[in-house]
Design a binder for this molecule. Structure first.
Ligand code: FNR
Length: 363
């Protein structure tokens, strides 16, 4: 279909399902074992209800957000996802360019298919980028990458902490892989003795000894703000504060890591009880299952500074850069509608009273 005919985030998934090779779609769409967390991610937003206020002049609305000091035209960004070249020859370059046009931030995966410098160069001068990091067992490699990132003007490092080992993504494992290399990590996406499973094979370089004491080293080598991506409990949010990280990202890796963990939006909700001091102290980002403007508004109402969008951007690459832009516009339009119909005119006005969480939060 023509891009104009796509009017929802879901439409991109349906097109991708038809257009991508079976392997590419399996790698992008898959989640761990029984997909419990993946489905819960999507369902949790459906069970949080909005409480609109009426009779407020909502003709003009604004949604700019500063994310870790970087201006963004909207309170969402692209979550890091591996190997965008499987979707489109321009891969991450198309994502970077689309984000530049739309003034949103691209978080580059440590398993991106293009070299970091090329991705950054594809953006506009001064365009903000984040880099997602998996620490390499050969720490020297990580040091080189962090120094390169700092030299390129990358604005922050998102250290992924929910995947010391890869999740068991069976749809991906059942289909043989090609032979593609990540230009950032050097990981090769190919078969091994156990068969397909791009995620599993590519994760072999990841250092599972990584622990809290290593964070100071990452900060020192990069000199950049550090965000922990994949925090899932109030207890770890407290640790993050103690260890002086700059922000946290609540995430269950799109249900691709440990299955049956709770959705990040539930963790965000819990933080109001388990770690209320986080709010106002540190920015909180969240991802997993966000597909609608209303989903974004709900996460912001519960205290997120911004949300990340993962799979939809990979699906949008069916149309390359234009797809990235079109998807972004759909999300922005839906967020504008959700704000107006909820009775707010600036994204800063989002607050917990806007949502009824009784269906997901019996306490
Ligand atoms: C991911 N994700 C991910 N996360 C990360 O920290 N580093 C990575 O390299 C990847 N790679 C990756 C590949 C693919 C194909 C997917 C779908 C996801 C996880 C990603 O950043 C994000 O947390 C989830 O995708 C968010 O959930 P949704 O929006 O996909 O539901």
């Amino acid at each position: 279909p023509q891009l104009e005919q796509l009017i929802t985030v879901h439409d991109f998934e349906e097109v991708a399902r038809k257009k991508y090779t079976e392997k590419t779609f399996a790698f992008y769409s898959s989640a761990a074992t029984d997909l419990i967390s993946h489905h819960a991610n999507l369902n949790s937003y459906r069970q949080i209800m909005l409480r609109p206020r009426v009779l407020r002049n909502v003709k003009e609305v604004k949604m700019p957000r500063t994310i870790l000091g970087c201006p963004s035209s909207a309170p969402f960004f692209v979550s890091p996802t591996a190997m965008a070249k499987l979707a489109h020859p321009d891969g991450e370059l198309a994502v970077a360019r689309g984000c530049g046009e739309e003034d949103i931030i691209h978080t580059i995966s440590n398993n991106a298919s293009f070299p970091l410098a090329e991705i950054v160069a594809a953006g506009k001068p001064g365009q903000a980028f984040f880099l997602q990091l998996y620490v390499n067992s050969k720490r020297q490699k990580t040091e080189e990458l962090l120094r390169e990132a700092a030299g390129l003007g990358i604005n922050a490092v998102f250290v992924t902490v929910d995947a010391p080992i890869p999740g068991k993504r069976e749809a991906d494992e059942r289909i043989a892989a090609g032979n593609l290399v990540s230009a950032v990590s050097g990981a090769v996406a190919k078969n091994d003795k156990k068969g397909g499973g791009l995620g599993r094979v590519m994760a072999q370089y990841i250092d599972s000894t990584l622990n809290w004491e290593d964070l100071a080293w990452i900060k020192k080598v990069s000199g950049l703000p550090i965000v922990l991506k994949g925090v899932q409990t109030g207890a770890d949010v407290r640790m993050a504060m103690e260890y002086g990280v700059d922000a946290i990202m609540l995430s269950n890796h799109g249900g691709r890591s440990l299955d049956t963990v709770q959705p990040a939006i539930i963790t965000l909700l819990e933080l109001h009880r388990t770690c209320p001091e986080i709010f106002g102290r540190m920015e909180i980002y969240i991802d997993g299952g966000i597909r609608r403007g209303t989903d974004i508004l709900k996460a912001l109402a519960l205290g997120a500074t911004a949300v990340g969008i993962g799979r939809p951007y990979l699906y949008s690459l069916t149309y390359g850069q234009e797809g990235v832009e079109h998807l972004t516009q759909i999300l922005k339009d839906e967020l504008v509608s959700a704000m107006k119909l909820s009775g707010i005119t600036h994204i800063d006005q989002a607050h917990p009273g806007m949502v009824n969480t009784a269906y997901v939060d019996p306490l």
